[in-house]
Design a protein around this ligand. Structure first.
Ligand code: FES
Length: 193
């Protein structure tokens, strides 16, 4: 059997698992996401508690002061999320191999990976930062038809951003749990062909 990749370079960092190190990026992306922000600002920060409801703080400063100004890092987490989605896409392609590394096979695990990666991409592309990157700062959409079309697609997905945030969060957890079960020998991945 072919040897797997050696991740000692990461594992050697104070014994921290690579899974924890890489988590910084998807977690940072989600924690600074506009949708999640709205939820936890209203639920825990009380800033604002709801639309047209006075908040308990003396003065509303929005995200112009520390620590909330750090939320502006979201656009950079978006680029990291693109990279993570790319790696997950690569993983999904690899899932079309069997245990002997022969291509053209599919099983329940492949399906789990496929659903997961579609939801991950849909959530990532529906990001407000993505919408701004593809269609922002343009004076004339007519002069940029490709970006205008991409902005329209991003806008349609953006309208479903909250649902995609939850669906992709659940799918990531389920996909990871599925891999854990198969890797720990709880059952064999059922093969379709
Ligand atoms: S606004 Fe939610 S991921 Fe960017």
């Amino acid at each position: 059997m072919r040897a797997g990749p050696n991740w000692e370079i990461f594992g050697g960092w104070w014994g921290i698992s690579p899974a924890i190190i890489i988590l910084i990026f998807p977690l940072g992306f989600r924690l600074t996401c506009y949708y999640y922000r709205k939820a936890y600002y209203r639920g825990f920060w009380a800033s604002p508690p709801a639309c047209a409801v006075a908040e308990p703080h003396k003065k509303y400063t929005g995200e112009t002061r520390f620590p909330l100004i750090l939320q502006n890092i979201h656009r950079y987490f978006f680029y990291a999320a693109l990279l993570v989605a790319g790696i997950l896409t690569y993983d999904t392609v690899l899932a079309f191999r069997d245990e002997h590394y022969a291509w053209g096979h599919m099983g329940l695990g492949t399906l789990v990976f496929l659903v997961n990666i579609v939801l991950i991409w849909a959530y990532t592309i529906s990001c407000h930062s993505c919408r701004h990157i593809v269609g922002g700062k343009l004076k004339h959409f007519s002069k940029h038809p490709v970006r205008y079309r991409m902005w329209q697609w991003a806008g349609k997905l953006n309208a479903r951003h909250a649902q995609l945030a939850w669906a992709s969060l659940v799918s990531v957890a389920l996909a990871d749990f599925y891999v854990y079960l198969v890797a720990s020998g709880a059952f064999d991945d059922p093969r379709f062909f």
